[in-house]
Design a protein around this ligand. Structure first.
Ligand code: ANZ
Ligand code: ZN
Length: 973
């Protein structure tokens, strides 16, 4: 800035307060249903108001969605953009235990802090709709929904082995246990049986999966939901027990391996074990084993790295329905009771867990599937071949041939079988001919592998029966390799470490043999059926179908579907949660609280410490616990478990539609107007739990006619985390948490907001950089100064000439298009950079001569009213305060938030003119202005005709000319 021309400095501290007051006072962002206006419901996950206050990670999601909301309003939409507090939960309770401050008090204080912080960012929430999940007026309806679920049979009690955190003294859902530890405190989880409330989310598994087709979630989120639900199609098969009526049902996804089932395994909790007690001769041993495994968590039991354990049930045997063979029955804790039928047929040749178990206990292993690798191709020529793997046990290396990328990369040693040779001789010969090694010892042979491939050197499709042979190198003894004409120089012999070999041997068949011999992997894929009597030769797919049909006919089995999804453990033994509205009466049993008595409010408690009985602290409040049975009026007791912190957030988006309603969770017409949520943004960590839980509740409410849509959210987006400046996760313990308050004070809310949108692609995790924030602040400084000056000098109604108009209109229209599209695609960072480009568009690149650098003139590029209007409108959603201020200063009338989002004129987007850079031997010698998209021949002539070029060439002829369209021409002399 030249001194004296400054029309004022950018002071966000003044501007931001001013506009926040104006917006607040006029209630611009408060909405009501408007029949004639299209709605848009934009939702950000509401925060847990922790004692730490907001951090910059929260701000990322709020800023972005606020920008979307503001833009939608300018686009004429009636926008619902609400905020509230997900305020029940352990941290507050733990804080209360530590400090003695009542959770209610602590929560109110934390909410006040969060609210103040959010307001200082100037986020355009409809604050009249603020909700708090711990407010009895709110949780009355959370309890009400529970009662509806209970009536529908979807809430039930069961004695469950639960994950127990001995430090928090709380039962945890599986998803709250991370690698065997409590998600909150890190303590080692133990198991404990306890009566728990569960919600039957599994009843909705199929619909939760199918209806993913009706919503628009990013693929990553969709896949996570699908995997969590974990639909598995298979067959249930009955195995009769000899000399007995009873039978064992197993669930398998591989009925094609039934002839390889050499034993059965029951989960230790399987009821059949108890009912066969009298026949089991070693029952004591079995019983001991059952007791031991009851102490382990599912995670421990299914951990692939842990040594398998188990006990045979001696005295009883099962009959394989396909082979008629008698096989032993075991119990082992790698089989879980709550998946499938709690029993499996073990196929050690084709299942890794069964394989390890069988090896340990010396059970028979029978191969019934031969691998089929590669793709089946037409006109295949059949061959028999060998593949040899030579390993050096001393150096732990594998001998490979590197054929280069074109011919399959790293492979083991392969070759044909000559007349009169057996496979071992063929392999020995190939090893010698191709690598020269002569002193190797055979260790193992594989089953036949049916491999389909293209023999590149011959150009034919082949199907081969391959036998893999596993050799050990005895010594380095070597002769000169004897290569055929075709092999000469085509490959290099290489010794690879096991790790490299696993990675570099890409061919499916070679890689399988490597894993089989070196890692002890079994073949778990599908293939060709063998050792299965009349079914030999079928492929897995055909045999699966045939076997299932046959079993069905015999009444011995049927196809079945299982889900990984478990019912939702809904009880917590804690104080700071919604009381479960149930009364236990000695006479009437479990009695739901009558709806008219809701809410069941949390009583005031002096001590919050969970008690060692595993009960909630509420159990100690006698005056609350003791009540009357609603049916028989006799003394009864209240349920003392509370709901998990996922309860309140499972329906909050509905309450925002009608937050004050005391008659219903929300008015039906209001729900009809606002639902579904159009855009929902939240963290990736909520993809499987919160998102599934809330979809489940919503579907239930839909079935009961309480909500108008089958799905709650139309689009879902997820933002990446913001890490601390040191690249680590922000955490109190590292002391690296970045609080936005100081930054807002120092740099302004607009800078913080704009920076968080600019920081990286929205879904990417990225570290914070205060330097980056300062850069964005500078950008706003420059906008303010340039615009304020131009306003001061007087804005122009029109461009000085047609030439300038064309140029400026192109830039502005392009930017409108880019920002509009980027907002729709959640590409906020590139929206910001296109605004920066638009603002900075340098004089030379828009066709002004290079020496016109004087600031006053270049600043006058921003003198035309329309340009300024459009630019401010594009800036407004992301940096609303400064845009509002400059709008007002420009005297455009009304407020910027009452304007219409600019539209671009697509006829003005094309580059009509280019600045062609002319180089001679790579050095820039001239720039010439030309119409875009000229014929290459004309371009060449124009370039050679330039005065500068002619002078430089001084008669030398051009050898070649290289043209980069509309950009550069390089003359080579
Ligand atoms: C025989 C078999 C042969 C199996 C084979 C696999 C490979 P998904 O896909 O996850 O559904 N299984 C069944 N119930 C189980 C339980 N309660 N606890 C532990 N394992 C159980 O897995 C289904 C497979 O997991 C089933 O198919 C069964 O093993 C095992 F070559 O049966 B399979
Ligand atoms: Zn009663």
């Amino acid at each position: 800035m030249t001194k004296g021309t400054s029309r004022g400095k950018y002071s966000p501290e003044k501007i931001e307060k001013k506009w926040q007051k104006i917006w607040d006072k006029k209630k611009f962002f408060n909405v009501r249903e408007k029949k004639d206006k299209k709605k848009s419901y934009i939702l950000v996950e509401f925060p847990y108001p922790s004692g730490d206050g907001l951090h910059v990670g929260h701000v990322r999601s709020y800023s972005a969605l606020d920008a979307v909301a503001r833009k939608k309003r300018l686009e004429g939409k009636n926008v619902l953009f609400p905020m509230g507090w997900d305020a029940f939960g352990l941290p507050t309770e733990n804080y209360a235990i530590k400090t003695g401050v009542h959770p209610r008090k602590a929560t109110d204080k934390n909410i006040a802090t969060f609210r103040k912080q959010l307001k200082s960012l100037g986020l355009s929430f409809d604050w009249s709709r603020e909700i708090d999940t711990t407010d009895p007026k709110y949780y009355k309806w959370t309890q009400w929904i529970f009662l509806q679920l209970y009536r529908a049979g979807l809430a039930y009690q069961a004695e469950m082995p639960i994950n127990w955190c001995p430090s928090c003294k709380i039962g945890l859902a599986n998803e709250e246990v991370v690698a065997g530890q409590c998600e909150r405190c890190g303590a080692e989880i133990t198991r404990r049986r306890q009566k728990q409330w569960l919600l039957k989310i599994t009843a909705y598994a199929d619909r939760l999966l199918k209806d993913l087709n009706t919503v628009d979630y990013p693929p990553k989120i969709r896949t996570q939901q699908e995997n969590w639900i974990g639909r598995s199609e298979g067959t249930e098969i009955q195995f009769k027990i000899n000399n007995q009526e009873s039978e064992i049902r197993v669930f398998t996804t591989r009925p094609d391996t039934i002839f390889g089932a050499t034993y059965l395994v029951l989960a230790p909790e399987h009821p059949l074990i108890g009912s066969c007690k009298s026949q089991v001769t070693n029952y004591k041993e079995v019983d001991n084993y059952i007791k031991k495994s009851a102490r382990k968590s599912d995670l421990d039991r299914t951990d692939l790295t842990k040594e398998k354990t188990g006990v045979e049930l001696k005295g009883i045997r099962a009959i394989n329905p396909a082979s008629g063979e008698e096989i032993p029955i075991w119990t082992a804790d790698y089989v879980l009771m709550d998946y499938g039928t709690g029993a499996i047929m073990a196929v050690p040749a084709h299942d890794q867990r069964d394989f390890e178990f069988a090896k340990k206990f010396n059970l028979p292993i029978r191969i019934v599937i031969e691998p089929e690798t590669g793709e089946v191709k037409p006109n295949e020529v059949f061959r028999k071949r060998i593949v040899a793997l030579v390993h050096d046990p001393k150096s732990k290396k594998v001998l490979t041939l590197d054929w280069g990328d074109k011919y399959g990369g790293h492979l083991l040693i392969g070759g044909g079988i000559n007349k009169g040779e057996d496979v071992e001789q063929a392999a020995q010969r190939e090893i010698k001919e191709e690598t020269g090694y002569t002193n190797v010892k055979l260790l193992d042979k594989s089953e036949t592998v049916h491999h389909h491939y293209v023999a590149y050197n011959k150009g034919v499709n082949r199907v081969t029966d391959i036998i893999g042979l596993f050799f050990e190198l005895n010594s380095d003894q070597k002769v000169k390799p004897k290569l055929s004409q075709e092999e000469q120089g085509k490959f290099q012999t290489k010794w690879l470490s096991y790790a490299d070999a696993g990675r570099l041997i890409k061919d499916e068949m070679h890689n399988y043999l490597f894993r089989k011999f070196i890692k002890g992997d079994v073949y778990t894929g599908e293939g060709i059926v063998v050792n299965s009597k009349q079914f030999d030769g079928l492929n897995s797919e055909q045999f699966k179908k045939k076997m299932t049909e046959w079993l069905e006919k015999q009444g011995l089995g049927s196809s079945a579907v299982n889900y990984k999804l478990r019912d939702w453990i809904f009880s917590r033994q804690h104080y700071w949660g919604e009381p479960i509205p149930i009364i236990h009466c000695d006479k009437c049993g479990v009695v739901p609280v009558p709806e008219k008595d809701l809410p069941i409010e949390l009583p005031y408690v002096e001590k919050y410490k969970p008690i060692n009985t595993g009960e909630s602290p509420l159990a100690t409040v006698k005056s609350w616990v003791n009540t009357k049975c609603p049916i028989c009026r006799k003394p009864a007791k209240r349920e003392t478990d509370t709901m998990p912190n996922w309860a309140g957030s499972s329906w909050y988006f509905l309450r925002y539609c009608d937050p004050e309603n005391s008659q219903a969770l929300a008015d039906k017409n209001k729900l009809k107007y606002w639902m579904p949520v159009d855009i929902y943004n939240g963290g990736m960590e909520h993809t499987t739990l919160h998102l599934l839980y809330s979809r489940f509740w919503h579907k239930f409410l839909y079935d009961k006619g309480f909500v108008p849509t089958a799905e709650p959210y139309k689009h879902r987006h997820s933002h990446g985390m913001i890490l601390a400046e040191d690249g680590r996760k922000m955490s109190k313990s590292f002391g690296n948490v970045i609080n936005p308050d100081g930054l807002i004070k120092k740099y302004g809310a607009d800078s913080v907001r704009l920076y968080e949108m600019f920081i990286a692609p929205f879904e990417e995790t990225t570290p914070w950089s205060t330097q980056g924030l300062i850069g964005v602040r500078r950008f706003l400084d420059r906008i303010y100064t340039v615009f304020a000056n131009n306003i001061g000098w007087g804005l122009l109604n029109d461009y000085p000439d047609d030439e300038t108009r064309r140029r400026r209109e192109r830039i502005i229209n392009k930017t409108i298009k880019k920002v509009t599209d980027d907002f729709d695609d959640f590409k906020f960072n590139t929206a910001v950079s296109s605004l920066m480009e638009c603002f900075n568009e340098r004089a030379d690149s828009i066709g002004e001569s290079e020496n016109r650098t004087d600031e006053t003139l270049s600043q006058r590029r921003w003198a035309v009213k329309n340009d300024i209007k459009n630019f401010l409108l594009l800036l407004y959603p992301m940096a609303p305060h400064i845009a509002a201020e400059l709008w007002e200063k420009s005297g455009f009338g009304d407020l910027i938030n009452e304007q219409v989002w600019p539209k671009y004129d697509s006829s003005k987007l094309a580059d009509t003119e280019i600045m062609l850079v002319v180089q001679i031997n790579g050095k820039v010698r001239d720039r010439i202005k030309l119409p875009a998209d000229l014929d290459e021949q004309i371009i060449k002539e124009k370039a050679l005709a330039s005065d500068n070029v002619r002078r430089q060439l001084s008669g030398r002829p051009a050898k070649r000319m290289i043209y980069v369209k509309n950009k550069i021409i390089n003359i080579v002399v």
